[in-house]
Write a protein of this length. Structure first.
Length: 636
């Protein structure tokens, strides 16, 4: 098992007060035990020293008694032989010094030739106490380190018949057991102290590797999981049951990783579904939190506000809206974020209509709804639905204009008819037949005008239904000549020239006769209405291309030629903005040339008839230059 010194150091640094108190208690206990052991062994040592000193005193006294017997005989040679024999036979005696009364050295064993001064100094040291204690005729003991050994120095006063005759110095080796006892006392004290701390350190290390380290690993793993990191796995081998716990923890982490990945995949799938649904919805969708920070914006909303930046999430909504929209929405948004759950139960979505002008004025409806968490019952955000109601506004405006125009178109002929009929009734006898015929002719024309208006409205209803024309071959040139002849009267009044240009070899086309006449008549009527006096209108017919058509033949492919019918005028033209809506219902372009009025249904009816033919009408116009309208039919 490798030691992670960094973790160990960190563990030491993080020692809390409780562990510090435990360490202090262990230190006091170890010092107490060591001190008690030292005190006990010191008492034993003192007893041993006392016993040793008594032994030395007794030995010295016995030795001095034997020496005095030789001194009585005044036999110095026998005294020296006796001392030498005792010195040789007794290994514990390290030296013998015999001093006379005057302090001079009389005899010494072993014989020191070079260390006489040292011996005299030794005797002098002992003699310092001699004057005080010799009065009591008692031996003096002193422990000293001499010749690198522990020696007990004994100074024996020699008295005979009450007279002091000299002194005898003996050096006796201390009892080896006492020396060993001293060493034993010091060593055993140190051993006890070290053993206690060694046990504490071993216990701490075992605690760290067996208990603390796995606990720290588990705590680190649990903290990582609580912070959302499910990728943490504990490594290392532990014993005493911890290994199974670590393996179980890693197993749990792997399951959490699997569940997290699964949940993320589910959330990503749901998010993709939501974004897909939001992307195909025709309305703009914006989600904001309670701080009005953007949470979600779909493509329609970005396009509506011309938000080119894709990094909008997290930014404040008010920083990206036009000022007049912020002024209108901000009070509503501020009130919504203050709503409680009880307030939300009675909440009705707020609706506001505003204009946005990014080059082209558009009208939008803003629907504001609150988002409530179903679990916590708390307000989590606000949803803003943006609906483009520009077409609806235009249709409403056109409808109002249409009603006004129809009312005017109905009122004028009705007033004329009523006026002429009333004149005929009131002045029947005074009017000539020619005047009566003229009044009746005017009433008839106004009646036809009313009939045409009603027919336009009926055509509109029929074209918006699932009604389909029965298409067949029609003589294109013949029908065009007929329409030009009927329109020539109106054109002649304004000195407008009608010109028909037909490419050779053009005969029949695929269509419906009455509806085709209605299309050309409407287009020609509009051209006459908006063309200046002395102008000209050209109706041009020519082939444009051949296309493969499998519609009529099941086995073979037939090439069918497209015939283009184009009406070109020299009128006032149509600007680019109005060109986009010219084919919508109820749309009218007011002219400053003629006083002719219309319902705004003519071009809408033309477009719908041609759609029934499965073809389209196209427009090219320049202001103050003229307009060109064309469509294609299949030649048969």
């Amino acid at each position: 098992m490798s030691i992670n010194w960094k973790v160990l150091y960190q563990s030491i640094i993080n020692i809390n007060l409780k562990i510090r108190i435990i360490i202090l208690i262990i230190l006091l206990i170890s010092l107490s035990i060591s001190g008690f052991a030292f005190w006990s062994l010191t008492i034993i040592q003192k007893d041993s020293l006392i016993t040793n000193n008594r032994f030395c005193k007794d030995l010295g006294t016995l030795f001095a008694y034997n020496i005095l017997s030789f001194i009585d005989n005044n036999n110095e040679q026998q005294l020296a032989s006796f001392l030498e024999e005792i010195y040789i036979s007794t290994s514990s005696i390290r030296y013998i010094l015999f001093f006379k009364l005057d302090g001079s050295l009389f005899f010494s064993l072993p014989v020191y030739k070079n260390n006489v001064q040292d011996l005299l100094q030794l005797h002098q040291n002992l003699f310092q106490l001699e004057t005080e204690n010799f009065l009591f005729n008692t031996p003096l003991l002193n422990r000293n380190i001499f010749f690198n050994d522990s020696i007990t120095n004994i100074l024996l006063p020699l008295h005979k018949n009450g007279n002091h005759i000299g002194s005898l110095d003996l050096g006796i080796s201390s009892n080896p057991s006492s020396v060993l006892t001293s060493l034993f006392i010091s060593n055993i004290s140190i051993l006890i102290f070290v053993s206690i701390w060694l046990l504490v350190i071993i216990f701490a290390m075992l605690h760290f590797f067996i208990i603390s380290k796995p606990i720290h690993e588990l705590i680190y793993g649990i903290q990582s999981i609580s912070s959302g990191n499910f990728k943490i796995l504990l490594n290392g081998r532990f014993y005493n049951g911890w290994n199974d716990l670590i393996l179980s923890f890693n197993e749990m982490v792997e399951k959490l990783q699997y569940y997290e990945k699964k949940n993320i995949n589910i959330l990503m799938l749901e998010k993709s579904k939501l974004e897909l649904i939001a992307s195909v919805v025709a309305d703009g969708i914006i989600l904001v939190d309670l701080d009005l920070r953007l949470l979600f914006v779909n493509h329609v909303a970005k396009k509506s506000f011309n938000w080119l930046s894709s990094d909008l999430i997290g930014q404040n909504l008010t920083n990206h809206l036009p000022l007049h929209i912020v002024d209108s929405l901000l009070p509503i948004l501020n009130n919504l974020v203050k709503l409680t759950y009880l307030d939300s139960l009675n909440y009705v979505s707020k609706e506001i209509s505003l204009d946005i002008n990014y080059g082209l004025k558009k009208n939008y409806r803003f629907l504001l709804s609150i988002l409530i968490d179903s679990n916590s019952k708390l307000l989590t955000g606000i949803a803003i639905i943006i609906q483009d109601i520009s077409r609806e506004v235009k249709l409403n405006k056109a409808k109002t204009q249409f009603i006004s125009n129809v009312s005017h178109e109905l009122r004028t002929p009705l007033c004329n008819i009523g006026s002429f009929l009333e004149t005929l009734l009131d002045y029947n006898e005074s009017l000539s037949d020619k005047q009566k015929k003229h009044f009746l002719k005017i009433a008839n024309n106004e009646t036809q005008r009313l009939s045409k208006l009603v027919n336009d409205i009926l055509d509109l209803s029929r074209l918006e239904s699932n009604f389909k024309y029965d298409l067949s071959k029609i003589n294109l040139v013949q029908l065009l000549n007929y329409i030009l002849n009927t329109s020539q009267i109106i054109a002649s009044k304004h000195k407008i020239q009608l010109i028909l240009e037909v490419e050779p070899n053009i005969g029949y086309v695929y269509g419906h006769e009455s509806s085709f006449v209605q299309v050309i008549s409407n287009l020609l009527s509009n051209a006459i209405k908006f063309t200046n006096d002395n102008g000209q209108i050209i109706i041009r017919v020519y082939s444009v291309s051949s296309i493969p058509l499998k519609k009529f033949l099941l086995r073979h492919t037939q090439l069918v030629t497209l015939i283009r019918i184009e009406i070109i005028d020299e009128g006032v033209g149509i600007d680019n903005i109005e060109q986009k809506v010219i084919f919508d219902r109820f749309v009218r372009i007011e002219d400053n040339i003629h006083t002719l009025r219309g319902t705004g249904l003519g071009l809408f009816i033309v477009k719908n008839i041609l759609n029934k033919y499965e073809t389209n009408i196209f427009l090219n116009s320049d202001l103050f230059v003229g307009t060109s309208l064309w469509f294609d039919l299949l030649q048969i």
